[in-house]
Design a protein around this ligand. Structure first.
Ligand code: SF4
Length: 285
């Protein structure tokens, strides 16, 4: 169960994404998965390269579209553990609508976002999660004038069933979170504060360490209470890590499609028969 392959990541030394890659590989191995049971689907950006760095099925898709492809993969083969991944620009900018609908749709996939508060691949422009006032000497020298999006608030508003956040400096916590997200039956978001050491000189490892609160240290925190989760996220401006919310009673999308359980597309001979296609299409209208 080795989820490492021989491809050397071309991330900058010190990039937070290395830790996320390691945590995913460890979580998959400790969850007892085999490489052929897993598909990693990624979007565009530095972090989007991750699908090529994990020994599993992989698909490096187009900008912001990892979730539609991941949902298609899951529908075609429900036996796969499907992980979608990408960065904050990819997932919370161009892909935000896909994220919100995936959260409310509740298909059984795990979405891992590496949030570095900028667009790293294109040299540090502000992203949807850049703070108001954030400065980048080249692209935003006078400071960002827009309000930052708080992904955890969006996720809770969209009715997500599993919400967690991690930090690249804490691989142990991140691994446990990803294992829980994979085990959760339904859509799960693991949003990771993953510093860009090259283009973001504001949200550094030290800055996150000073500003992050670990949810387990909050007395009386109840991860099944959505209102408390929202209040905590708002109080900490999103900077809180751990499993923030989990609702295990929500039914996954796959369990609600009549007939789906008997007819996974992957088990059919090609070309698909007209009867099968007609029956399948009826399940979706
Ligand atoms: Fe990581 Fe930033 Fe380098 Fe991209 S530019 S690989 S996000 S450190």
């Amino acid at each position: 169960k080795d989820f490492r392959n021989e491809v050397r990541p071309n991330w900058c030394p010190g990039c937070g994404d290395f830790s996320v890659q390691a945590a995913i590989q460890k979580a998959l191995a400790e969850s007892g998965k085999e490489p052929e049971e897993v598909a990693v689907i990624s979007g565009i950006g530095c972090s989007g390269r991750i699908s090529g760095y994990i020994n599993s099925y992989g698909f490096h898709t187009i900008h912001g579209r990892s979730l539609p492809v991941a949902q298609g993969v899951k529908l075609a083969n429900r036996d796969l553990t499907v992980i979608a991944s990408g960065g904050d620009g990819d997932g919370f900018g161009i892909g935000l609508h896909h994220f919100m609908h995936a959260a409310r749709r509740n298909m059984d996939i795990t979405y891992i976002v590496m949030d570095n508060n900028i667009y790293g691949l294109t040299k540090g422009q502000t992203s949807p999660t850049s703070a108001q006032g954030f400065k980048n000497p080249k692209s935003t020298p006078e400071g960002n004038i827009e309000n930052a999006l708080v992904p955890a608030q969006v996720a809770l508003s969209a009715g997500i069933g599993f919400l967690a956040q991690g930090f690249s400096s804490d691989i142990k916590q991140l691994t446990e979170i990803i294992k829980a997200a994979i085990a959760h039956k339904g859509f799960s978001l693991v949003s990771v504060y993953s510093p860009c050491v090259t283009y973001n000189k504001t949200n550094t490892y030290d800055w996150y360490k000073e500003n992050i609160t670990v949810v387990d240290t909050i007395e009386g925190y109840d991860k099944t209470n959505r209102i408390q989760a929202m209040a905590t996220v708002m109080e900490h401006k999103g900077l809180v890590t751990g499993i923030l919310y989990q609702n295990e009673s929500l039914k996954a999308y796959e369990d609600l499609i009549p007939g789906y359980k008997e007819e996974p597309i992957v088990n059919h001979e090609l070309p698909l028969s007209e009867d099968f296609l007609t029956k399948t299409m009826k399940e979706f209208v």
